[in-house]
Design a protein around this ligand. Structure first.
Ligand SMILES: [Cu+2]
Length: 224
């Protein structure tokens, strides 16, 4: 009997394409539609929010939760906040830079925000620095006094761990993470950055194909 590899392979392809979402936000709810390819765009992953036209969740300044789901096996993270109605400026860092090891859900239940944000609407921003560059999402929030309860959707996946770390490009300027401030900006550097993101995308596609190929080979070995 011939092993039927073709249906298996197409299932693997579907699986592989579904896996690549960079990262998604579990809590608080993110603004705008989630568009995978736009996630590298500042400030909110390709969506330019208007504070009067987004879903707003209460965020307690003395400690509230940020939950994300990472599809990469590693990322460093910047959490930031602003009361700029368009999320363009005024970002401040609201949690120390940390490194997530392992893919899947990670929830930090105790993020604190400056008290002068109380009573204002704004955004919580999540910036991921992973193997394919910098990725952005925002959540529309109403900054309120006190401490929040841990939401149900705030969970750590099995095998996920976090440690505080250094990531100079994330921490140097919360308004412009992903752009090294130490080196002078030049045209050649912009070209270089653009080149890197294109190259890493094709590398990622190649990686996906290799994985599918490997799994097909393994599958063939198992059924033979
Ligand atoms: Cu990615």
């Amino acid at each position: 009997m011939m092993p039927s590899i073709a249906p298996c392979a197409s299932a693997m392809l579907l699986l592989a394409s579904g896996i690549h979402a960079h990262f998604t936000v579990q809590h608080p709810p993110a603004v705008g539609p989630f568009i995978d390819d736009d996630e590298p765009k500042e400030p909110c992953g390709g969506y330019h929010p208007d504070i009067n036209n987004v879903t707003i969740t209460d965020f307690h300044v003395d400690g509230d939760a940020i939950g994300t789901k990472l599809t990469h096996s590693q990322s460093t993270w910047l959490y930031r906040a602003t009361v700029d109605p368009s999320a363009a400026n005024g970002w401040v860092m609201v949690y120390p830079i940390f490194d997530q090891s392992g893919s899947g859900g990670y929830c930090q239940p105790h993020v604190t925000v400056p008290h002068d944000f109380i009573g204002k609407k704004g955004y919580i921003g999540m910036v991921s620095h992973a193997k394919d560059g910098f990725l952005y999402q925002c959540a529309g929030v109403n900054f309120v006094a006190g401490t929040g309860n841990m939401p149900e959707d705030c969970q750590n996946a099995t095998g996920v761990s976090a440690t505080y770390t250094d990531d100079a490009t994330l921490s140097s300027d919360p308004n412009d993470p992903g752009t090294p401030s130490a080196t002078p900006t030049s045209d050649s550097q912009h070209e270089h950055n653009a080149g890197v993101s294109t190259r890493s995308q094709s590398l990622q596609a190649l990686g996906g194909l290799l994985t599918v190929g490997t799994m097909m080979a393994l599958g063939a070995m198992l059924v033979i």
